[in-house]
Design a protein around this ligand. Sequence first.
Ligand SMILES: C[S@@+](CC[C@H](N)C(=O)[O-])C[C@H]1O[C@@H](n2cnc3c(N)ncnc32)[C@H](O)[C@@H]1O
Length: 470
Amino acid sequence: MADPRARGGGRPGGRPPRRATVDPARLAAYDVLRAVRVEDAYANLVLPRVLRQHGLTGRDAAFTTELVSGAVRRQGTYDLVVDACLAKPRLEAKVRDVLRLGVHQLFAMRVPTHAAISTSVDLTRARVGVGPAGLVNAVLRRVAETDHAGWVRRLAPDPGTDPDGFSAVAHAHPRWVVAALREALAAGGRGDELEALLDADNAPPRVVLVARPGHAGVDELLAAGGERGRWSPHAVELAGGEPSAVSAVAEGRAGVQDEGSQLVALALAAADTAGGDERWLDLCAGPGGKAALLAALAPAAGARLLASERQPHRAALVAHGTRAVRDGLVGVVAADGTAPAWRPGAFDRVLVDAPCSGLGALRRRPESRWRRTADDLDALVPLQRTLLGSALDATRPGGVVLYATCSPVLAETAGVVSDVLAARDDVRLEDAAPLLPQLADAAGPLAGTLQLWPHRHGTDAMFLALLRRG
Ligand SMILES: C[S@@+](CC[C@H](N)C(=O)[O-])C[C@H]1O[C@@H](n2cnc3c(N)ncnc32)[C@H](O)[C@@H]1O
């Protein structure tokens, strides 16, 4: 990753100037971390705005993006390292932000040690004040005495006696997340893949576009520079650049969508529905990626989609995201899926892309692993059960419901499906594998369900279960 200071900011011989001004790439990175901390912002949402404010493009924008993503994603481990270098454990939050950015440059960005330290000191002066500059200098000098692996050896528990504790430090995931992912992998017979999964969570995902059928073709997207996706016939992995610069994306005929999410919509559309097939429902549609793909697919089946979402502002996002595929839409409504406004049995096929912990999408949401807690499941799982039950009620006999989560956590996947099946005698679980014959190695925790994995499929860890009303 190119360091902006390496291009004209330093003196010949590599020594940094004593009174350098801070480069905009690092100022921008700090500003994003501050927004994440103070405003509870999502790094990936706030980043484009901050890049624009600082006039950053190309390699400088890429530097800032990696700096932010890495520092936020690995903050748990970086904080341990920083704390081990402090005489007193208390640290002002602003200073911690600067140190997280400094540590990421030292450990993961191949920024020369002197540049990582001196720019962090300058950043402290510029954004925090002169006072803590000496502390930042001293801490980063200590951090730089050994590399990431050395610090993990020094700080992590023994992997033999505490494997989850070791992985939590080595791969910067909260311990409860490590335990939940280990359990989910083991349920599919993949207990030995934990390290690979945690590594994949720490690698920034490539940007994948979807060409919405009938409105854009894959060839049109390939012309923008990229290659075909691995699993979805509508996917193109963008080689680089801003997706919104692709005209089909700007016009809503294409969109940014992980292949796992594309497969969820494709699986629902591929299911056999004995009898009529005109009325499709997306019960939890916001912000609308899957609704847009379903609405693009529906006309070919002679169907139209109702997109429903509880939160009005997210329903508005669905309306915007589906503007180019309106011929496949009945409409977009803001409605609580647990108290439906439609009559029972009104739909032929229904998607429940349930609100979930999101632990399958950690690659693209750097801060989310540190915000979620195990207690979140206490509210999510009952809601997921209710939404799935409500979706089944909305489906006519013979129709299908696809239940999906962007989480592999067993309570949210196998647990919810098993509970709902046990509570009803008018539903059966069917084999979802034939819906996506191109997919390999995706057996889920219950027979017939599918589980995608970032380290295996290069997608988010989507879970899919196909249920049919009897
Ligand atoms: C995982 S997201 C759906 C993502 C969406 N399918 C897509 O592809 O863009 C879950 C959504 O469910 C919504 N939601 C939460 N509770 C709901 C409820 N009771 N009824 C309907 N939607 C709900 C959330 O606001 C959120 O937008």
